[in-house]
Write a protein that binds this ligand. Structure first.
Ligand code: SIN
Ligand code: FE2
Length: 200
């Protein structure tokens, strides 16, 4: 494992080895059987290219009513608990006394991307957001608290973990594109990104 820092983002490359990645994917499949992926819509009515679900007390959702956390999936079921392996990962890297209350599951198929944004629907910005990448490589762009200005990009690979805390907590970030089919972890290709958040 190698740890690098870019603009306050801490990147642990190769944090999860292949067997650990496979275990997490198996746990996520269980989660998605309870709370399936769905296609979110932005408050302006644009369909997002990623598909989403969540685990934990709260899930992050977006629709015409806005961005927010909800205790239930849009289809009505409760979110499944965050798998133990993912809670343990937070314990190791987050440097935070609180436990995550949401594990947002983002699934990127071919051509999916995520525009530059801030994660700011949470209450306590002293807690970091921890991201886990699985499957195909994704080009992760890191910017500033304000919109605009210089940005820097890094390819995130399967098993990489990013901690967005401290100076990076409110910095803009996004995924420009993925290299579809670059990993063998997910048999059908695609990228999964988990983001763990303390919500309240
Ligand atoms: C996000 O910021 O919500 C996703 C980041 C990623 O997919 O790496
Ligand atoms: Fe984000």
């Amino acid at each position: 494992m190698e740890r690098i820092e870019r603009r306050g983002f801490q990147i642990f490359s190769g944090f999860l080895d292949r067997p650990a990645q496979e275990t997490v994917v198996a746990r996520l499949r269980d989660c998605l059987r309870v709370a399936p992926l769905y296609q979110p819509v932005t408050p302006r009515g644009q369909k997002m290219s990623v598909r989403m679900s969540s685990a934990g007390r709260f899930g992050w959702v977006t629709d015409r009513r806005g961005y927010r956390y909800e205790p239930r999936h849009p289809e009505g079921m409760g979110w499944p608990p965050i798998p133990d392996e993912i809670m343990a990962l937070w314990e190791t890297v987050a440097d935070c006394p609180r436990a995550p209350e949401c594990c947002l599951i983002n699934w990127y198929g071919e051509g999916a991307r995520m525009g530059l944004h801030q994660d700011r629907d949470e209450v306590d910005f002293s807690c970091p957001v921890v991201s886990v990448s699985l499957g195909d490589e994704g080009l992760f762009r890191m910017g500033n608290e304000d919109r605009g200005g210089k940005t820097e990009s890094v390819w995130l690979r399967s098993g990489d973990v990013v901690v967005m805390g401290g100076a990076a907590r409110l910095k803009h970030h996004g995924v420009d594109r993925i290299r579809f089919g670059s990993s063998t972890l997910l048999p059908q290709g695609g990228r999964i990104n988990l983001t763990l958040r303390v919500v309240t």
